[in-house]
Design a protein around this ligand. Structure first.
Ligand SMILES: [Fe+2]
Ligand SMILES: [Fe+2]
Ligand SMILES: [Fe+2]
Length: 419
């Protein structure tokens, strides 16, 4: 049975994962969430609107998964077309829209870079753009204006002037008025750059928070998998393949239903830490050199630390992040030994190996099933019972993986085809 896990804990950890993509903007999502919250409070928005706005702010750029796209977002006036500016909002909406707890947040994200003056343009006239989208847009631009190298209070005047000069054009006038009333409050500025920001967000969210169910936890895992895998066409279906394989093996090896669901979620998010790996390494056409391989090795460390921040998900955390550990202790990042690796972790390791070998990579095409199985059979330090189970059910597993990948490929096409 799942303990009560606050939604905010899950969303904060997803938010930290997204921020791994660009260390230069660490905490951008949390800072924007705090600024949005403060403006919405000042405007007396309803509890529900505030809750959804904070959740949306924490994830708002989840559709902008590569660094080059992100760079244009970090210029105050973007320097790209309206449709390019809007595209990552649409992608973000797509990533989140079918999760029950994030449906409303997805709607806010969809329009988070529509200028106030564009709301009745041909592109947007048929939509009711939420007030909260306009607040998110303003909060996002305020954070972009804050230099990380200059004392925060010394920047207030310049930010105030620039924001006010765009009231009624870029920004919603009533949101700018609310921001103006926050400007004299010193704690508002100190909070934005505070080392306690995560604690502050948890604290302000207490009155609005709910807990996740087992079903919605799986929806969150699906969201994380979309964010992770849609970054690169090479890995777009990797996690679903691992999840499908692991869940099937777990069912054959006698896992109970709730553990099968957990291992499926673990498969979906096992490479969450890959968000910290630069794209030029992910997509490198040749073999990785030593430095690049060292950088890759930190991905399971990040998966572990991100999930470790959520109390009550220890099993999911371990199964997701021990997939490069080996039974003799030669794996990474913890060098765990066989006595420390339970069946779930062993299943994930074999499933990841099987999926990786049978998929195209930037540096080699997919191996044939025969070659992959020969390699797996001779691979030391992977659990023999799990390998045996894979071998005995190979045909069925391959078919199940194929079907699950086809589903994800259809979603991917929609994402990759946006401008
Ligand atoms: Fe954005
Ligand atoms: Fe942003
Ligand atoms: Fe991995």
């Amino acid at each position: 049975m799942l303990p009560n896990i606050p939604i905010i804990d899950i969303v904060l950890s997803l938010s930290s994962a997204i921020d791994l993509i660009d260390p230069a903007i660490t905490n951008h999502h949390k800072r924007v969430a705090y600024i949005s919250y403060s403006i919405a409070k000042e405007m007396n928005l309803s509890e529900n609107e505030i809750k959804n706005l904070v959740l949306a702010s924490l994830l708002h750029d989840c559709g902008s998964v590569n660094l080059s796209e992100r760079n244009s977002l970090f210029k105050f006036e973007f320097g790209c077309s309206i449709l390019q500016r809007h595209a990552h909002g649409q992608k973000g909406w797509f990533i989140l829209h079918d999760a029950d707890d994030l449906h409303d947040a997805a709607e806010i994200i969809k329009f988070h870079h529509v200028y106030w003056e564009e709301r009745s343009d041909a592109h947007f006239e048929s939509y009711e753009i939420p007030v909260t989208s306009h607040i998110l847009h303003l909060a996002d631009r305020i954070d972009i204006l804050i230099s990380r190298d200059i004392d925060i209070l010394s920047q207030r005047k310049e930010i105030e002037d620039l924001v006010n000069s765009k009231s009624g054009t870029m920004f919603m006038p009533s949101a700018v008025t609310a921001f103006n009333s926050l400007i004299p409050k010193l704690f508002f500025w100190f909070d934005i750059v505070s080392p306690y920001l995560e604690h502050i967000i948890k604290s302000v969210m207490k009155p609005y928070n709910g807990c996740v169910s087992n079903a919605s936890l799986h929806q969150f895992a699906k969201i994380a998998h979309r964010i992770i895998d849609f970054r690169s066409s090479y890995t777009a279906t990797h996690s679903i393949g691992v999840a499908t394989c692991a869940a099937f093996l777990a069912s054959k090896l006698g896992f109970i239903a709730s553990d099968i669901e957990t291992i499926h979620s673990a498969g979906l998010i096992h490479d969450m830490g890959m968000l910290s790996i630069p794209e030029h390494i992910l997509e490198k056409p040749g073999t990785l050199d030593l430095v690049e391989y060292n950088i890759i090795k930190c991905h399971t460390y990040h998966t572990y630390r991100i999930l470790d921040s959520i109390q009550g998900l220890e099993k999911l955390r371990d199964w997701a992040s021990f997939h490069h550990e080996k039974l003799d202790g030669s794996g990474y990042p913890f060098g765990l030994k066989s006595s420390q690796l339970d069946m779930g972790s062993r299943i994930l390791a074999v499933s990841d190996l099987f999926a990786s070998l049978t998929e195209d990579r930037s540096y080699r095409p997919a191996l044939s099933l025969d070659t992959a199985m020969k390699l797996i059979n001779s691979a030391k330090n992977y659990d023999c019972d799990v390998k045996e189970c894979l071998k005995n059910n190979l045909e069925e597993i391959v078919e199940k993986i194929k079907i699950s990948k086809e589903d994800v490929s259809k979603s991917c096409e929609k994402i990759f085809n946006l401008p």
